[in-house]
Design a binder for this molecule. Sequence first.
Ligand SMILES: Cc1cc2nc3c(=O)[nH]c(=O)nc-3n(C[C@H](O)[C@H](O)[C@H](O)COP(=O)(O)O)c2cc1C
Length: 179
Amino acid sequence: MIKEINTRRSIRKYMDKPVDDEKIQQLLESARLAPSGSNTQPWHFIVVKSDSGRQKLSEASHNQSWMLSAPVFIVCVADIRCRIDEKVDVFLDENSPQGELKQIIRDTSISIEHILLEADSLGLGTCWVAWFTQEEIRPILNIPDDKYVVGIITVGYANEAPNPRPRKKLEDIIHYENW
Ligand SMILES: Cc1cc2nc3c(=O)[nH]c(=O)nc-3n(C[C@H](O)[C@H](O)[C@H](O)COP(=O)(O)O)c2cc1C
């Protein structure tokens, strides 16, 4: 895995080349297998390929027009219903106080990282986009108010080869035995 961990980059320029459904299925399968707290598996995924869907999602993501060069978006959604009963009214947004929201975002993020690494191993580029609000994204895809969009993953064949982005040094982040 260290190969994919090393070579993955956020890709913001894609070739005009479709991605086989088989490969998309493989990305989704890798997400499905992710670990989650109490095995709750709070994640759902919406595959968007249509021009109109991608256009609206890109506009709602602060007009990040580079997104449109990617032929496929995977919208990754966390569902709080694995932790809060349907009978209880829940409206989720960036300011929601529910502790369960942290848990479902945590778990869905793990599944998203699986997608990014699996994509790299399949020769595909991705970028995790999260510069949007729930209010802007949810209506575009008819996502109910008790779900939380954790990221839109752009997927396609990379048309750029960015250098590695800087990372902190190990000695600046590792502690032994105590903080
Ligand atoms: C939660 C999350 C949200 C992100 N949102 C955006 C975004 O909205 N637009 C964008 O261009 N990149 C976005 N990125 C990509 C980061 O900028 C990128 O991962 C970081 O700069 C490190 O670069 P690398 O992924 O190539 O290693 C996001 C990444 C993460 C993990």
